[in-house]
Design a protein around this ligand. Structure first.
Ligand code: PEP
Ligand code: MG
Length: 755
């Protein structure tokens, strides 16, 4: 075939025949190597398969000693074959034995062959094995031959991935393609999920690799690329995209790649070797992934996502727009796997069938994380290449507490987690039994246990948990999951539904906390160096009072004839609070003048989450009706450690002397003013955190829905006075040891608290 393009096509056609034959896996492999060797005029063709123990086993050969099949095994990185697997790129040598990586395997009899061409067998960028051809003569294989061998490797990749070869393997030495994987990411939403993979953006499954008519495939590819380019152009020029936004940058990058000559050339070459246009897209993307995944540079990895998306779009052009996999029925135990996802996309899934969520990205405070917690979907984030490691329908287990993920778990792991899930269910039952019991400490202190909420889907939780009320209603959630700005009427309807659902129980609405990193896709955004310290929340509200006014008006109307509690986020000084409060007064006056029924009672409060307020507490309490402490932000600002940046977000422990001292100051001054103080940060949702807070004097907490049971169970066993006696001295400088968490743990243990 040297130099001729007819060669690979003929080979692919023959391979298709072999793939369709009803023969054993070994026979099929044996036929394949014979075909490849003959077609490439090579004296040797061998297939090495990557095993679960990371070694490469010779599975079939034409030309080498047959007795070496299933006997010769190379360690990872050993020999030329190991090198090809490790680097996931072709190796083309005219004198293999003089290469420093050459490893002599006497049983194969390969010493008489000088030239060597090895290509990785890749699937979704993962190496599954190595395909090699060898010749006696010293020669360098042509570009076309390398291309042809890579194309052939793709057919083998599908064969390996199908699991067909597992029957040939000894236990413990199975092909790695379907091996169980144990990975650890970041626990984002508590709970154990056992189920089967549903890819959020399913790889289009290419069933037909081998072209019947190459000219037709070239034409299909060209048409699809044209359509892709046109669709990107129309998105960019359609006027719906913010001219300065991030979305536009992404599309501009797509446009650049879609016109990239190298990409186009590789796609065309792959089609010319005899692949269908779809198979060519998959092959080129798989090679690209394999190369880019080996780069440490985060910028390059980010570009990989762009290229993945682009390949995905091109595939959709090829398969036709009717290809809409998400409408397929979900399995009853779906674990959704995605690179990242919007909250709205998560809510689109049938919740009764979703058992978990696995994200390649996804910080603990990302929007999708907040929604996942709100709807109680166990979630793990930060698993690199997660979508590339699984196949649709694979068995999978995720543990949202520890961040552990088991892909294709073995029976014992599966059994252990099933037991864990059963235990959890039993615990949930115990918590449910506490639902109607009061949250009172052993020494009679009542603690109001509220829940944090933000969406309609949260409302049934009030009754389910028996919570005292909603301590924090994050109104921005409605905005984050909407496709466009919710109108005042829609806001009013939501607030009214919340108040209806809560009945007599109090609800504290927080005005919009958007801006900074909480960007709304439909709102013009500004590039900011430090978004957390930027133009967000009340700052934006005061600068764009129209928005705040319409929201406040919607709240006042929704609460007509009932009680309304509203508070402002990110207030940094008393003057800001006064300005925000005056907006409420103005709206009240407006509604009164127009004859609207007003709330029966109105309380206006402040979130304490910017440290400057700690030094203006007296003035603040003199003016506010109540305070709610937002420790998520307060702690990030106290420690100057970005809560959304996983490199630093866990660096400092909120259960520390400085934080508890700050909280003590707030509760003490609040009590001196006779004003209610509550705390709605995540800290209250941790049973140990709740113990510390009650010791400090907090008698009202607002926690995530899943935390109501565990926190109530602990507080009902707590002696609040004894906790205060033990814990408060640790904050008074008499505690040289700053490892407060350990001390708190020891205290909880000595009191037999059910942590
Ligand atoms: C907080 O900052 O603690 C808080 C409750 O608000 P959010 O997490 O919405 O910023
Ligand atoms: Mg906050």
């Amino acid at each position: 075939m040297r130099g001729s393009l007819g060669g690979p096509r003929v080979l692919l056609r023959r391979l298709r025949e072999v793939m369709a034959q009803r023969v054993s896996a070994q026979e099929r492999l044996d036929k394949i190597v014979v075909l490849i060797a003959a077609n490439m005029v090579a004296e040797v063709c061998s297939v090495y398969v990557l095993r679960v123990d990371s070694t490469l086993e010779l599975y079939a050969t034409e030309g080498l000693n047959r007795a070496a099949v299933h006997q010769t095994v190379m360690r990872a990185g050993e020999g030329l074959v190991g090198l090809v697997a490790q680097e996931a790129k072709p190796l083309n040598l005219s004198d293999a034995q003089s290469h420093p990586a050459f490893a002599f395997k006497p049983e194969t009899g390969e010493e008489i062959y000088h030239s060597f061409l090895g290509v990785p067998i890749l699937r979704a960028g993962n190496t599954l094995g190595v395909l090699v051809v060898q010749n006696r003569a010293h020669r360098i294989y042509s570009e076309e031959e390398i291309e042809a061998l890579q194309t052939t490797a793709m057919v083998l990749a599908e064969m390996i991935a199908s699991g067909e070869l597992s029957a040939l393997a000894r236990p413990g030495a199975e092909p790695a393609a379907r091996r169980p994987l144990h990975l650890t990411g970041l626990g984002i939403s508590d709970g154990v999920g056992l189920g089967h993979v549903v890819l959020h953006e399913p790889r289009v499954v290419v069933t037909n690799f081998i072209a019947e008519d190459v000219a037709r495939e070239v034409a299909r590819l060209d048409r699809a690329v044209d359509a892709l380019r046109a669709s990107i152009d129309s998105m960019l020029e359609g006027g719906e995209i913010d001219p300065a936004g991030e979305h536009r940058d992404v599309l501009e990058t797509y446009r650049m790649f879609a016109h990239d000559r190298g990409w186009m050339r590789r796609l065309r070459e792959a089609v010319l070797t005899g692949l269908t246009a779809e198979a060519a897209v998959e092959r080129v993307q798989s090679d690209t992934r394999a190369r880019m995944m080996r780069q440490a540079d985060p910028f390059i990895r980010e570009r990989l996502h762009d290229l993945d998306d682009l390949a995905h779009r091109l595939m959709r052009e090829l398969m036709g727009r009717t290809h809409a996999p998400k409408t397929e029925r979900l399995p009853k135990d779906a674990i959704i796997v995605a690179r990242n996802m919007s909250p709205a996309a998560l809510l689109d899934y049938d919740r009764t069938r979703v058992r978990g969520l696995l994200l390649e990205e996804g910080g603990p405070m990302s929007h999708v994380a907040i929604v996942a917690r709100a709807i109680g979907v166990p979630t793990v984030g930060q698993i690199a290449n997660a979508a590339g490691l699984v196949d649709q329908g694979d068995a999978i287990i995720i543990d949202g507490a520890s961040g552990e993920v088991h892909i294709r778990p073995q029976a014992d792991v599966q059994a252990a987690y099933a037991e864990k899930a059963r235990l959890r269910a039993r615990k949930q039952k115990q918590f449910a039994a506490l639902r109607d019991k009061p949250c009172v400490t052993r020494d009679g202190e009542h603690v109001a246990l509220n829940i944090n909420a933000g969406l309609l889907v949260d409302l049934p939780h009030i009754a389910e948990t028996g919570a005292a009320g909603i301590g924090l209603f994050r109104t921005e959630m409605q905005f984050m999951v909407a496709a466009s700005f919710p109108r005042s009427g829609e806001q009013e309807r939501l607030y009214s539904a919340v108040l209806d659902a809560a009945g007599d129980r109090p609800v504290t609405f927080r005005t919009l906390d958007i801006g900074g990193d909480k960007v709304l896709p439909y709102m013009r955004s500004f590039e900011e160096e430090n978004p957390a310290l930027g133009w967000r929340a009340i700052r934006l509200g005061l600068d764009r009072p129209g928005l705040l006014r319409s929201q406040v008006r919607a709240m006042l109307k929704a609460a007509a004839g009932r009680n309304l509690r509203l508070m402002f986020p990110m207030v940094a000084d008393v003057a800001e609070f006064e300005r925000a409060r005056s907006i409420v007064e103005r709206e009240l006056t407006h509604l009164r003048r127009h004859g609207y029924l007003l709330p029966e009672q109105l309380q206006v409060g402040v979130m304490v989450e910017v440290p400057s307020l700690l030094f203006e507490l007296d003035e603040l309490f003199a003016r506010t009706d109540f305070v709610s402490v937002g420790t998520n932000d307060l702690v990030q600002f106290l420690y100057a450690a970005d809560r959304g940046n996983t490199r630093v977000s866990d660096r400092f422990d909120p259960l520390s002397v400085p934080v508890l001292r700050a909280l003590k100051r707030i509760i003490d001054i609040g009590q001196a003013h006779g004003k209610p103080v509550t705390l709605c940060g995540e800290m209250a949702s941790q049973p140990l955190g709740a113990v510390a807070l009650v010791a400090l004097g907090f008698r009202s907490l607002s926690v995530s829905v899943a935390a109501v049971g565990p926190v109530k169970a602990v507080l009902r066993q707590l002696d609040a006075r004894r906790a205060a006696q033990r814990i408060l001295p640790w904050l008074e400088g008499r505690c040289s040891d700053t490892r407060l968490r350990e001390r708190l743990h020891a205290f909880a243990e000595s009191e037999a608290l059910p942590l």
